[in-house]
Design a protein. Structure first.
Length: 462
């Protein structure tokens, strides 16, 4: 009889320990350790065996003999998805798609599967019945009958051993697992969704993906604090981690690459959730800029970059006299610490009395911005609201602000200028230090440069 072995796992990060611990040494969380039984088979046989029943033994190959072309990527009809993946689906890649429950991960993947014509796709669901998935596919109104053996096949199964059996019969070109937390492997005795179970199932699928060069997509739910539920360890195992995010009440969804072995990890795709599924948003600036007829105070536009894609976003600031003793500071879509730093710069360097004011900041469209190039736009929005003077909607900004109130250069300035010009802006404020190497005559947009924020305020607010 096999010896029953158990271990303690941190449910937050997947840290493994032989004894129970109150505080996780890895992620510093308290009371996260749960005992899980791991019954290892006497001989550690990998679960996925090749069609012949023997697992492949790898041999060294000379590097010039290895066949590889960039064209081996499978381009999907979804351009946003391709971009986030770095140009399409890489054969044999294991991709994790994380997101909060109900955000639309299953819709995204089912829609992708239905749109991939001429491929055999296996959609494994441990969450919904075949009828429920069919209903969803009908709603996406793209459920075509399978032709010449291709199309989407639905399997409601949670045992990895049974899934592999079906895979061997069907031989699909692509596999989607919805979700990794519902799978269980007979090799491990703990419950589905526990750290050891998720890790084992992912490892089995990883071996399968690498040995057969079949891409596998894993859907994973995210806990409230934003980490992939249970195992952070999963993020280390897979090739690519995509995050599907957005407010459930908003119509826009953002697909973000968090980790990508085959491309840039800063790419982003935007979708609009409609009744019939997700629609790609190919020109995000149009949705991120609100339509307004009159000039309002506290609103500015910044030219930011997400990955390598320039976008124009709207920042809104509201400065009002504080109703309570301690002024409130709150930012949506922007780092609050950085906002406080910018407020301190305005107070100290420019003499604005903001310490007794409530300051609220909002990035329109539900986006979260980390690009420092929005600094200048944000402080101008704050002063615009504070002074109650509006900024023309034909002006945009792209510069970082330093602690002494200096305007600093940002990367890829020409992309930002070109995007602003394309969208019909008439003026862009950038750092003086960004001017080097820019051929101003190439642009019809007026490029205003300065090195101090006071100069910008003087030219905008007089
Ligand atoms: Zn931990």
């Amino acid at each position: 009889m096999a010896k029953i072995k158990s271990a303690y796992f941190c449910q937050s990060c997947g840290y493994e320990s032989v004894k129970w611990l109150g505080k996780c040494p890895s992620c510093n969380q308290w009371n996260t350790f749960v005992e899980e039984i791991i019954q290892k088979p006497s001989s550690a046989v990998p679960e996925w065996k090749g069609p012949g029943g023997t697992s492949k033994v790898a041999k060294p190959s000379a590097i010039h003999e290895i066949a590889y072309t960039e064209e081996s990527r499978l381009a999907t009809p979804d351009h946003e998805f391709n971009r986030v993946l770095g140009g399409g689906i890489v054969p044999g890649s294991l991709v994790l798609i994380g997101g909060e429950p109900g955000i639309g991960k299953s819709t995204l993947m089912l829609q992708l599967a239905l749109n991939l014509k001429g491929k055999k796709i296996l959609y494994v669901s441990g969450e919904e019945s075949e009828q429920q998935i069919k209903m969803r596919a009908e709603r996406l109104s793209q459920a075509e009958p399978a032709k010449d053996g291709t199309g989407v096949f639905i399997l409601t199964e949670t045992s990895t051993q049974n899934i592999f059996k079906q895979i061997e019969i069907l031989e699909p070109d692509l596999i989607i697992i919805d979700s990794i937390q519902t799978l269980h492997s007979a090799h491990i005795d703990s419950t589905p969704g526990s750290v050891s179970q998720v890790r084992e199932c992912a490892a089995e699928l990883m071996r399968f993906a690498k040995e057969t060069a079949t891409p596998v997509f894993l859907i994973g739910h995210i806990t409230k604090d934003g980490s992939i539920a249970g195992p952070k360890i999963l993020e280390h195992m897979v090739d690519t981690v995509l995050q599907f995010e957005g407010d459930r009440h908003h119509v826009y969804r953002i697909l973000r690459a968090v980790k990508n072995r085959f491309g840039s990890a800063s790419e982003l795709g935007i979708y609009e959730m409609q009744g019939v599924g997700l629609r790609e948003v190919s020109n995000p600036s149009e949705i991120l800029l609100s339509q307004r007829d009159e000039e309002l105070t506290g609103i500015t536009i910044s030219a930011m970059l997400e990955g390598v894609r320039p976008m124009l976003i709207e920042t809104q600031a509201l400065v009002s006299a504080s109703a309570y003793g301690t002024p409130q500071r709150s930012a949506t879509g922007f780092d609050t610490k950085r906002m406080n730093m910018l407020l301190a710069v305005l107070e100290k360097r420019c003499g604005f009395r903001l310490s007794a004011k409530d300051v609220f900041l909002n990035i329109a469209g539900g986006l979260r911005v980390e690009d420092p190039a929005v600094d200048l736009g944000i402080i101008v929005a704050i002063i615009s609201s504070h002074e109650d003077i509006s900024v023309s909607s034909k002006i945009c900004f792209a510069a970082e602000v330093g602690l002494s109130g200096e305007i600093r250069a940002v990367n890829r300035i020409e992309h930002r200028i070109a995007e602003a010009q394309k969208l019909g802006f008439e003026e862009i404020y950038i750092s003086k230090y960004n001017l080097k190497g820019i051929d101003r005559t190439r642009y019809t947009i007026e490029i205003k440069t300065s090195s101090k924020i006071e100069d910008v305020f003087a030219s905008l607010f007089g």
